[in-house]
Design a protein around this ligand. Structure first.
Ligand SMILES: Cc1cc2nc3c(=O)[nH]c(=O)nc-3n(C[C@H](O)[C@H](O)[C@H](O)COP(=O)(O)OP(=O)(O)OC[C@H]3O[C@@H](n4cnc5c(N)ncnc54)[C@H](O)[C@@H]3O)c2cc1C
Ligand code: FES
Length: 258
């Protein structure tokens, strides 16, 4: 898989909800190289040195263009949100180990996402829909502002179930209140999850209890994003591994979530 560093034109940078933004950039060379679960490393400041490091974002979609879906929570992401159509951004990618495909016996694929952890799931559903799985999304958000409209998932044939902490959309409670929506047969079910660590830990406990295999897309603060500085190491059953190079996708039962 070739890594590309290039400057691309921003085609769309829109606020989708009070919380979330979607950026589309014209990157035909990159689009063809990305697999679900991989990320891009973006220079958010093209004028000075603040922030000094690039910022990592899951690829949300890679079709004709490359898309990211992001939460403007700090200096880097706020700078990104100021980009206008026609601006140029410096992007390095695709980076990291993508999601593994489900085993041949799989019939039901369950995507379990919390908040911005939805980002790598759309590109995954774009790929998995071609394999005719029964696709289910269990999504947990804090409140209405954290629930991104689910049209794209529904267009991909995904059955969507939502839970919010305050009950403003879907069922009130954490995403775990949705676990009874799925078929728990371990031989035909496969889980992918991405979100805050406590949520992924709950998913891991559920999956282990029902012997359901799966993968988790992990996040950690990054510097190099190339496996060199070890700054993004996390603990796994097989010792410390880097999220940027060994991950972001790991076997769900492998990660020690803290
Ligand atoms: C592989 C990967 C994929 C990611 N994909 C997305 C995505 O698709 N959309 C999205 O909005 N964000 C994503 N992130 C997180 C995103 O990179 C950070 O939110 C961003 O770097 C924050 O930069 P900032 O300068 O705006 O804020 P900062 O000031 O750098 O951070 C703001 C706050 O977020 C915390 N933070 C920063 N990075 C992370 C992280 N990686 N994990 C947990 N907490 C963090 C900081 O500790 C701080 O409290 C991803 C991170 C990784 C590692
Ligand atoms: S960020 Fe440097 S090794 Fe992952």
């Amino acid at each position: 898989m070739e890594k590309i560093q290039n400057k691309y034109k921003v085609l769309v940078n829109e606020k989708l909800s009070p919380q979330y933004w979607r950026m589309v950039f014209d990157a035909p060379d990159l689009a063809g190289e990305v697999n679900p679960g991989q990320f891009v490393h973006i220079r958010t400041d093209d004028q000075g040195l603040q922030p000094f490091f690039r910022r990592p974002f899951s690829v949300y979609r890679a079709q004709k263009y490359v898309e990211i879906f992001y939460d403007a929570i700090g200096p880097g992401t706020r700078l990104l949100s100021l980009k206008k159509k026609g601006d140029i951004i410096d992007v390095l990618g695709p980076l990291g180990t993508p999601f593994a495909l489900p085993p041949a016996s799989t019939k039901q694929v369950v995507l379990i996402a919390g908040g911005i952890g939805i980002a790598p799931m759309l590109i995954l559903s774009d790929v998995l829909k071609k394999k005719k799985y029964d696709l289910v999304l269990l999504f947990g958000g804090r409140d209405r502002g954290h629930v991104y409209p689910m049209k794209e998932f529904k267009d991909n044939g995904v059955k969507v179930h939502i839970a919010t902490d305050d009950g403003s959309v879907g069922i009130k409670g954490r995403v775990s209140v949705l676990f009874d929506k799925i078929n728990k047969d371990p031989s035909s079910t496969f889980i992918y999850t991405c979100g805050p660590n406590p949520m992924m830990k709950a998913v891991q406990v559920f999956a282990v209890q029902h012997h359901i295999p799966g993968q988790a897309a992990c996040e950690e603060i990054m510097a190099c994003a190339l496996g060199a500085c070890l700054g993004c190491s996390i603990e796994t059953k097989h010792g410390f591994k880097t999220v940027c190079y060994d991950g972001p996708a790991f076997d769900l039962d492998e990660v020690k979530f803290h």
